[in-house]
Every structure is written in structure tokens, then in C-alpha cells.
Write a protein that binds this ligand. Sequence first.
Ligand code: NAD
Length: 421
Amino acid sequence: MTQTTPAPAPSPIVTAHAQLAAAVRHLGYDEGTHQHLATPRRELHVAVPLRTDSGELRMFHGYRVQHNISRGPGKGGLRFHPDVDIEEVRALAMWMTWKCAVVDIPYGGAKGGVTIDPRGYSQAELERVTRRYTSEIMPLIGPGTDIMAPDMGTDEQTMAWVMDTYSVAQGHTIPAVVTGKPIALGGSLGRATATSAGVVHVTDSALREQGQSIEGRTVAVQGFGKVGSHAAQIFAARGARIVAVSDVDGGVRADGGLDMARLLEHVAATGTVVGFDGGDPITNADLLAVDVDVLVPAATENVLDETTAQAVQARLVVEGANGPTTPEADAIMAKNGITVVPDILANAGGVVVSYFEWVQAHQAYWWTAPEIAERLEHRMATAYVDVAEHASREGLSLREAALVIAVKRVAEAHKIRGLYP
Ligand code: NAD
């Protein structure tokens, strides 16, 4: 009997390159311009040694990639995850370039990562890893060159350590070197929930186009971290029914709606949605196939592939995560009449409020929560309309339209600036 093993998931860089190639074809650019847009501007691979609390020496690999800095400083998160490698960081940096361009903020795209499972280490160990990594990539980062933010496995405490390490090395306090900082260090009101708020704003825009509203819709959310958990709460607060959620350990489903307050208490006590007694256990594969109005993948890359996409029953998929959908899955969902709001638009709320945080740090003047919320909503709504109008005018999917708009903005910056020498 021959045993078939599932094909390995494609590297996210394969997806990112395929998306760029399609946009370049649509725009009619030559191969030289294509390669210029595809090639990362700078990459750094660093060794990150850690002396563990028990005295052992462990080695990790760290990366920082600046994909493009033609429209402004590099901007992008720092990921701590065991699957981090240079190709993933390259893909995430490229998506940051397009994301900043599609919401029209004056940044390029960058990303960083350390190949570590943060769940296996103490806070003191994670602080040492963060400080050593920051010190190693110091030549690349700075408030006018490359600005970090939290991503998977990192949080506002991580950003505080990065900011402190950088500031101590420079001899004075430089809050604008990171965003997603604690409020006490100059973080912005609304940053912690900005990505999720943006996910809900674009869902609202997409539903309105179909003559619907968030109230009364059913929603499933994969990933119950910074993006997924806040998105679920905001959806619920706006009258949607959260029928399924999951994290890396598994999921839970209740067709009548999950009690969010009790679920959050359970997660605070146990660290996972698994075992919540207000619903039935489901797997991550089940979650993607639940019959809901809105599916929000908010965990990691490649979860919607040619197999899982066939099972999606949601009418609308809103990508909280970066790169959750492979090109094959995109084609299947398009054929099945499912609208996909792409990552570079759907989860851009985080970088928009990061931009606000950076502006506030430069001004040393902080805005109120309503000011942040209003400006975020305006930015997201404007970007959604730009993308949706472009899509219907050119007969493109929302993803294709978002990429075409973004790639064109970056290519124009290259063209106007010219080549040096
Ligand atoms: P996080 O570390 O706070 O949470 C990640 C969640 O996903 C956790 O619940 C984890 O258990 C779950 N998860 C991880 N692997 C999984 C898997 N294979 N299957 C199911 N669940 C899995 O990270 P986050 O900041 O919420 O980021 C989630 C996604 O959103 C990432 O793709 C990230 O790049 C993207 N994103 C984050 C931000 C932000 O502001 N934090 C902004 C834009 C995009």
C-alpha cells in the first residue's frame, strides 16, 4: 500500500512572490522593475545566544529584513515563533511594504523575527533574548530608519525592552523607535486593539456593500491572541454572534453564541480557549469549515490552502492574519463566490495606529482615544473604498486590487526618486 503524505505548506515567500507577479503583470511593468520590487533592500541574520535561568547556553537565530524603504522608514513587527525563518520574514516584510502603501502611510516595509517558542521561556529569559537581538540589529533600526511593533509571540513589554535597549545605547530616551509600547512609555491609546478594530471596520464596509450590517451576523475567529481575541470582543459588542474560536491547541463552538466574558475568564485562567465549558470542542480544521457569515483567520500563514478552502462555508473571509490564504485557496474561494478581504487591507489598522503613535512621539503630544478611533475609522474606510472601487472598475478581486494600488504607489516612488548613482 502506498502512503501519501500531505504536500508541505508552501513558504509564505512563494505566495508573496506570486501575488506581486500578478500585480506586476496587471500593471504592465518590465522585468527589471518587477525584480526591483521583489528584492529586499537589506537583510540581517544575527545569532542570539541566551543563558537560561538554569545556566544553560542556548542559541537562536534572529532576522531583520527591510523589504522596501522608498516611501519612508521601514515599519514592521517582531515575531517570536519556532517556525520563523528568513523566507517567512522576507514575505512578512514585503507584505508590510504593500500594507503601508495601500493605507497610504509614509513607511516602507520591514519585519523581524527570532526562531524561539516564547511559551517555553520565562519573562527574564525573553527579556535577555529581546535585548540581545535588539543590540545585534541596532545598525538597522531607529525612529527615522526602521520602527518595530509587536507581532506573534511579542507584546508591549517586548517593545518596552527594545525601546530601552536602543535608548540606553543612544544615551537618551527615544520612544519613536518602536510602536505598540505601553501607554506609560508613550504608547498610543487604542494601539492594543487597533488591528482588531480595523478588521471590524473593513468587515462593516464589506457587509454594507452587500446590504448587511454586523449586527446579527455569525462570526468564527481562528487565533485568540492579540488580533483574534479583541476582534471577537469588538464583533460581539457590535451585536454579532461569535459561534467559534480557536488557538494553537484547538477550538470551541457554540451555535447560540459563545459567552465572551466567561470565555475571556477561562483564557485568563488557563491560557487557552480549549476546555471552555460554554461550547463544544472543535479542531482548527473544523473551525475553518463552520457555516458562518464571517470567517476571520487571525492566527498564522497558509491555513487556507487548496484542501481547507474547499470546506469554507463563510460568505466573507476577513484576513486578520498575514498570509493566511495560498493563491490556490484564493482561486477556490473566488470560484465558490466567497469574498476575501485581504490581509494588507484587513489587518492594516495596527500599522495605522502605529503611525499615529510614531507621529505623537515625534510631536511629544498625545491624542485622545476618540481622536485615534475616528482617524483610524476614516483611514480604513477610505482604503476600503479605494480598493473596492478599483476592484470593480478593473474586474479584480479585492486582493488583486489592493496589491495593484500598493505596488503602483511603491513603483511610482522608485520612479520619481530615480536610481543612485
Ligand atoms: P499572538 O501571538 O498574540 O496570537 C496568535 C494566536 O494564534 C494565538 O492564539 C495562537 O495560539 C494562535 N495560533 C498560532 N498558530 C496557530 C495555528 N497553527 N492554528 C491555530 N491557531 C494558531 O499574535 P497576533 O499579534 O494576534 O498575530 C496574529 C496574526 O495577525 C499574525 O499573522 C500577525 O502577523 C497578524 N497581525 C498582527 C498584528 C498586530 O498588531 N498584533 C497586526 C497585523 C497583523
